[in-house]
Design a binder for this molecule. Structure first.
Ligand SMILES: [Zn+2]
Length: 515
């Protein structure tokens, strides 16, 4: 097996992809290079940025070598790079220029001669075509190309990537990813999103990302072509994407644009650099502006690459900590378009994140209703709470703020005093996110891990909790209740008592006030 998963949060994972030139730790960002137009040199990438994998274009090298009449040799030798080399196939050139002079078999042959570590078959990108028939044709053609390429492959030490097409058409995308996932590729790659990325259409990107990923088995790493902006990377990782590539760091630099995880800025708009990289700590925007174009482009490209790699590192740390959701919430507020992406994610979160770990070492932060959709809360609410309470004849509801008062000892004494049959009794405490939670879950994650700003419950929320209690949790209206509360919770408990007894007709047998 070439891919091993180490840590998971949401659907994001830290993984190891084994290639013949070394191990790639994912999520990984491949800087795309053109060897004839290097903005940052290969040795700088290696030494300053610790890059162990780069991406380049097999078709462009083929074309160049043909024109020069040269024999193709090992790409590692051509680039003087001993790390992992991943090649794109020329599909992108088809997208930009319509046609290229190569058949799928030629590209495989070239990639094998180049001795690449990961090679892509020649695909026909859909782009963001509005014409359904043309989009369908590109999907069909890519699948045909895949079949022709597989027949041509002789080297199994190279990992082969199969592109998924379909563009904005959900049925085509779904069909394509299903077909490609069954062809035995080592890596799958979602094609076409570059144009959407350039237009900041993150909502559509997320939608495509969800559909394409849905058909890909967990054990296959998946690449999101052309994702080169740190603003959106955390969302894509959360969906389960492992590999990214872009030349954005250099292309933006040519246009004097400065990339950050909060957005893109024109260099001449900046008075300060909000960054601590080598470039930004040694220079001011003014100094960069006064440099000659080549020098400036190089320094800006270095900063841009730093900003992307910094975000990848942050994402990885978040996956390990189990706080990737928190990072997404932060990024959702940097731009209305990332907020749209977040809302798109919320729409499907309960469905796609239902396997995400809910046991967390750290506090689970809740800011507003949107945070309540995070899987630790939404998933636990569903899984843990709906299956309980069926056998209860007597329910004890605890309204208690101070943890010390929740000890079994105190509860035990009360139960003894009011002479309840322990076998027919259920004890719940009020948790404002989950409603009434069985007392034995009080000390477990996620129930004890939630950190939130305010301590009040809205009328709607009280209504929702009562309805949940009387609807799915109670076996019948015949149950009786005992309320145990501390001083701080007196008013709140009264609200519940009134609704339960007056509106729902439930008998409250005891009210016990703790000192
Ligand atoms: Zn910087």
């Amino acid at each position: 097996m070439s891919f091993e998963i180490i840590n998971v949060d949401l659907n994001g994972r830290i993984g190891k992809l084994y290639t013949k030139s070394g191990i790639l730790e994912t999520p990984y960002f491949f800087p795309v290079i053109n060897k004839n137009k290097l903005v940052i040199t290969i040795s700088e990438l290696k030494d300053e940025f610790k890059i162990n994998g780069i991406m380049t274009n097999a078709y462009l090298i083929k074309k160049e070598y043909e024109i020069k009449g040269l024999e193709i040799e090992d790409i590692h030798k051509i680039l003087n790079f001993d790390g992992i080399v991943y090649t794109d196939s020329g599909g992108y050139q088809i997208l930009r220029y319509g046609k290229i002079k190569a058949e799928p078999e030629n590209i495989i042959e070239v990639e094998e001669k180049l001795n690449v570590d990961i090679g892509t078959i020649l695909d026909v990108p859909t782009g963001i075509k509005k014409d359904y028939e043309k989009a369908k044709e590109s999907v069909k053609k890519t699948i045909e190309n895949a079949e022709r390429s597989i027949k041509k492959i002789t080297r199994r030490d190279i990992l082969w990537a199969g592109p998924i097409q379909g563009g904005i058409f959900e049925d085509l995308l779904s069909f394509s990813s299903h077909e490609m996932a069954n062809k035995g590729f080592d890596v799958l790659a979602l094609g076409s999103p570059v144009e959407l990325m350039e237009r900041y259409n993150f909502q559509q990107l997320i939608r495509m990302g969800i559909i394409a990923k849905a058909n890909v088995p967990t054990g296959i790493p998946i690449h999101f072509f052309g994702a080169g902006h740190p603003m959106i990377l955390s969302f894509l990782v959360a969906l389960g994407y492992d590999i990214f590539d872009s030349a954005s760091y250099a292309l933006y630099a040519y246009e004097d644009r400065y990339i950050t995880a909060h957005g893109t800025f024109k260099l001449n708009e900046l008075d300060y650099f909000p960054c601590e990289c080598e470039v930004c700590s040694k220079h001011t925007p003014k100094e960069l502006n006064e440099m000659d174009k080549n020098e400036r482009t190089k320094l800006l490209a270095k900063h841009n690459l730093y900003a992307i790699l910094r975000e990848i590192k942050e994402i990885k740390e978040r996956i390990k900590e189990g706080t990737l959701w928190d990072l997404i919430e932060i990024r959702s507020r940097v731009h209305p378009k990332t907020f749209a992406a977040f809302k798109e994610l919320l729409r499907v979160a309960p469905k796609i994140f239902n396997e995400s770990p809910v046991f967390k070492r750290k506090g689970i932060f809740v800011f507003d209703q949107m945070s309540e959709e995070r899987p630790e809360i939404a998933y636990s609410r569903k899984k843990e709470l709906e299956k309980i309470g069926q056998k209860c004849k007597h329910i004890i509801l605890l309204f208690i703020r101070e943890e010390s008062k929740l000890s079994n000892n105190i509860i035990g004494k009360i139960v003894e005093n009011i002479k309840l049959d322990e076998n027919k009794m259920c004890v719940y405490y009020l948790n404002k996110f989950f409603g009434f939670v069985p007392i034995w879950l009080y000390w477990t994650s996620p129930f004890n891990k939630i950190v939130s700003p305010e301590d009040t419950l809205s009328e709607e929320k009280i209504e929702e909790i009562i309805n949940h209690l009387t609807g799915s949790m109670l076996s019948s209206k015949e149950v009786e209740m005992t309320i145990i509360r501390d001083k701080d919770s007196f008013l709140l408990s009264e609200k519940f008592i009134e609704k339960l007894s007056v509106e729902k007709g439930i008998k409250i047998r005891n009210k016990i006030d703790l000192e």
